[in-house]
Design a protein around this ligand. Structure first.
Ligand code: MLT
Length: 388
């Protein structure tokens, strides 16, 4: 059989973080070890029943059996606009400022193709979700990483970025509530970011997938679009995946500046044919009536967070107690590098963690726990780790 060589962009690419974790997990499971997987942020709770009903009803309707619209059904885009209004008090025109996505990963991966020319620079706040850098490289662009440091509450130190760097940047990727550190952005941070982006004509790409996983109802995470002038320079990616336990459904949205939304829409028109309309109808149901369920999920994650935090403290492992997201960002024990620690833990205990350096160099010395298994398993996982 002929083996064809991969294009350079793929042959030089390191393994995708979460696929590599899956592979390591499968190898250990094959040895008969009992695995507890805290590696990927994939909610374990089921999608609420009323959303499944909406899918079922939508699937029975022959109108939904043909190609969907490239940019999403008008009713779906309207539901997104209504949700943004009700949740963030942000006004969106469903015709020009909203596009449906086959999950936000797909949108983020396609976005640089619309705006990055070969050699253009994208700034990426790191540690980061790997897709920002990969997508920039796929588009022929170069990535300049901006470190997120504990001493700066994992916010980009915007004023430490030189004017030269701002001037050569085409776009900047930020993610708050942050994956993987769980840090949240302040209004001042977003305002300063918008100010800088407007000054230097830089596109702001905000990944906001975790805004609905929060623990203090009086201090809910913001959308960057709440800030004055945001629509001038920002596009925000969001998703139903984490909020309503719908990672497998592949449904999300990009919203914001009309020219950015239209550019992404144009790429998508050429690459995919939209989302099955029955899934969009289920998405509409989730956005309209999902809040009481999201509330219940938050309560469950909060309990898990507190269980893990107490167990980590007992085990002497330094960690941040997150205000938002279902991730715990923890320091590796003294003397351990991230990958070494995570590999040891997996091999000896069957607990799957994510190495901090897998999200970028400033993640070295950390590991991430995903609160996506029940309390008993979480306690068992931390107890196995502490016995190490
Ligand atoms: C993560 O674990 O960081 C996320 O689940 C990955 C994703 O959303 O694709």
């Amino acid at each position: 059989m002929t083996v064809f060589s991969l294009a350079d962009r793929l042959s030089t690419l390191p393994p995708y973080l979460f696929a590599a974790i899956d592979k390591a997990k499968a190898q250990v499971a094959a040895k008969g070890m009992d695995i507890i997987s805290l590696g990927i942020g994939d909610p374990d709770l089921p999608t609420p029943e009323f959303i499944i009903e909406a899918l079922y009803n939508g699937a029975k309707n022959p109108r939904n059996h043909q190609y969907p619209s490239y940019i999403g059904m008008k009713t779906y885009r309207q539901a997104v606009a209504d949700w943004y209004k009700q949740r963030f008090d942000v006004d969106l025109d469903p015709d020009t400022e909203v596009v449906s996505l086959i999950g936000s990963k797909e949108g983020i991966a396609h976005f640089p193709l619309a705006f990055i020319n070969p050699g253009d620079v994208a700034l990426v706040a790191t540690p980061n979700y790997p897709v920002y850098g990969i997508a920039t490289n796929f588009a022929g662009g170069e990535v300049q990483y901006l470190p997120l440091l504990e001493e700066n509450d994992f916010l980009v130190d915007l004023d430490a970025v030189s004017n030269d760097t701002w001037a050569k940047a085409k776009m900047i990727f930020v993610c708050y509530p942050n994956n993987p550190t769980a840090a949240t952005a302040t209004r001042e941070f977003y305002e300063r970011l918008i100010e800088k982006a407007r000054e230097f004509n830089v596109i702001v790409v905000s990944d906001a997938a975790y805004t609905e996983i929060y623990y203090n109802p009086d201090d809910r995470p913001m959308s960057i679009l709440e800030c004055k002038g945001a629509k001038d320079v920002c596009i925000e990616f969001h998703s139903l995946s984490k909020t309503y336990n719908m990672t497998g459904w592949r449904i999300g949205m990009a919203v914001g500046n009309p020219s950015l939304v239209a550019g992404l829409g144009k790429i998508k028109e050429n690459c995919d044919s939209g989302i099955f309309q029955a899934v969009q109808e289920a998405g509409i149901a989730a956005l309209r009536d999902g809040e009481p369920y999201a509330e219940q999920f938050r309560a469950i994650y909060k309990e898990r967070r507190d269980v893990v935090s107490a167990a980590l403290t007992k085990a002497g492992i330094r960690h941040r107690v997150p205000d938002a997201s279902f991730y715990m960002w923890c320091n590796t024990p003294e003397g351990y590098k991230s990958s070494e620690f995570v590999t040891n833990v997996l091999m000896q205990t069957g607990v799957v963690l994510t190495p901090g350096n897998g999200f970028g160099t400033p993640g070295e010395g950390y590991f991430r726990i995903s609160l996506t298994v029940n309390n008993d398993k979480l306690e068992e996982a931390v107890s196995r780790i502490s016995k190490l």
